[in-house]
Design a protein around this ligand. Structure first.
Ligand code: TRP
Ligand code: SF4
Length: 402
């Protein structure tokens, strides 16, 4: 593994906060399920991150880790297509976090917006801790240890990916320097062969002299296709493209989920803390009851009052669950008062239950046999460790701890 594989690798994590709901599914999981067939994906339960805020009552963390893993599997994450694991089972994350902490200025962490925001929001907890300040740096280690090129996250996490990029850049700047770098890079170019060597040089010049970023992409793609270069040469050639030294830790990009805003039962954003959720794997009768009593446009106080679907959270759910025809039926029926709210809700209940039936079905074997889940997480953690160890070896060597 080297920096050249980074374009194909995806990493993301989720804190184990308890059973997941439709908001998680449409906002995050559906996207992960798709990505696992397109990229080399690493998805993990961030139990150490949970501990940064729940350190006084950690007793739920391991149960929640299990529940989250079952929800992931139920939603369609497939251990044959993605590596699914638990952060604390891969202690390499912690060693990289420690090493990165040596080069990370305190001010970088203090100015991450979530630091002060969360301290204020969770003001019943004492979050003036070392661990909480380091939350985004631990996240940087989670990402960099797999040399991931892409990190699917919500908009609230973009600042953390940005910090990750800055830390990687600083690491490469400090530890990517080596005596005779330029000579070694030039020698590596000759090992690309005549044609590719020329292409590399042309692209490099176009980028360095004219800022041609497409040329940079072309050269990177060329390097990514080289099977026979050593890791050292690959890192040098990646670094040489941009001037400096070797690229030991490539900078990741955030893949921002266009946050599907899933409304909760009360019309606010669906969230556990608002107590307005429909959970994954919820019983059909519960789904029915929750949707039947769900808030609608208050203008429809009586059956004969017309309503405005744009003001109704039920209609927002139809957008996620229903066919164009059904959406048109609800829209017109609501505005003309030709249907009642229960008529409108019925097909939605059916669609949610059809989707959930599949998830309940997938979850069944895992609920009945928790050891199966443990062994999936165990195997995933071992596979992740093997990858993480390789990065850590390069990191140790670059620092001089080899
Ligand atoms: N902080 C993320 C969240 O709260 C969870 C997380 C931890 C994460 N490590 C990560 C996400 C690494 C992406 C990559 O949602
Ligand atoms: Fe909402 Fe449908 Fe009732 Fe209109 S008819 S208010 S869209 S539930």
């Amino acid at each position: 593994m080297s920096s050249s594989d980074s374009a194909t690798r995806v990493v993301s994590g989720m804190r184990p906060t308890g059973r997941l709901h439709l908001g998680h599914y449409h906002g995050v999981l559906k996207n992960w399920v798709r990505l696992q067939y397109e990229f080399d994906c690493y998805f993990f339960v961030a139990d150490w991150h949970a501990l940064t805020t729940a350190y006084e009552n950690p007793e739920d963390i391991s149960r929640h880790t299990f529940d989250v893993a079952v929800d992931w599997l139920a939603a369609g994450l497939n251990p044959g297509s993605s590596t699914i694991f638990v952060q604390s089972r891969v202690p390499e994350h912690a060693e990289l976090h420690l090493l990165l902490s040596m080069i990370t200025p305190l001010s970088w962490l203090e100015r991450v917006p979530s630091y002060k925001d969360q301290q204020q929001k969770l003001n019943d907890k004492d979050l003036a801790t070392y661990g909480f300040l380091g939350y985004p740096l631990l996240q940087a280690a989670d990402i960099l240890i797999y040399r991931a090129g892409h990190v699917p996250v919500g908009a609230d996490q973009v600042a953390h990916v940005e910090l990750t990029r800055e830390v990687a850049r600083r690491f490469n700047h400090i530890y990517g320097k080596e005596a005779g770098f330029e000579e070694m890079a030039e020698a590596a170019i000759t090992r690309l062969g005549k044609k590719n060597g020329r292409l590399y040089k042309e692209s490099r010049r176009a980028y360095l002299e004219q800022g041609d970023s497409e040329a940079l992409e072309r050269a990177r793609a060329l390097l990514a296709g080289q099977q026979n270069l050593s890791i050292g040469d690959t890192e040098r050639l990646f670094g040489y493209l941009e001037g400096g030294g070797r690229i030991i830790l490539p900078e990741p990009q955030a893949l921002i989920n266009e946050a599907a805003r899933v409304p909760g039962l009360d019309g606010e954003k669906m969230s556990k803390s608002y107590n307005n959720t429909i959970q994954l794997r919820e019983e059909p009768g519960m789904v029915e009851e929750k949707v039947r009593t769900m808030k609608t446009d208050p203008a429809r106080a009586r059956r004969k009052d017309p309503g405005n679907p744009d003001k109704c959270p039920v209609f927002a759910l139809h957008q996620l669950y229903s066919s164009k025809d059904q959406i048109a039926l609800s829209n017109e029926g609501c505005r003309s008062a030709s249907i009642g709210c229960l008529d409108c809700k019925k097909p939605l209940i059916d669609s949610i239950n059809a989707e959930q039936a599949q998830m309940r079905e997938r979850a069944k074997q895992f609920e009945e046999d928790p050891d199966l889940v443990s062994s999936i997480l165990q195997e995933g953690s071992e596979a992740a460790r093997a990858m993480a160890r390789e990065t850590l070896e390069d990191v140790r060597e670059a620092i001089g701890l080899g």
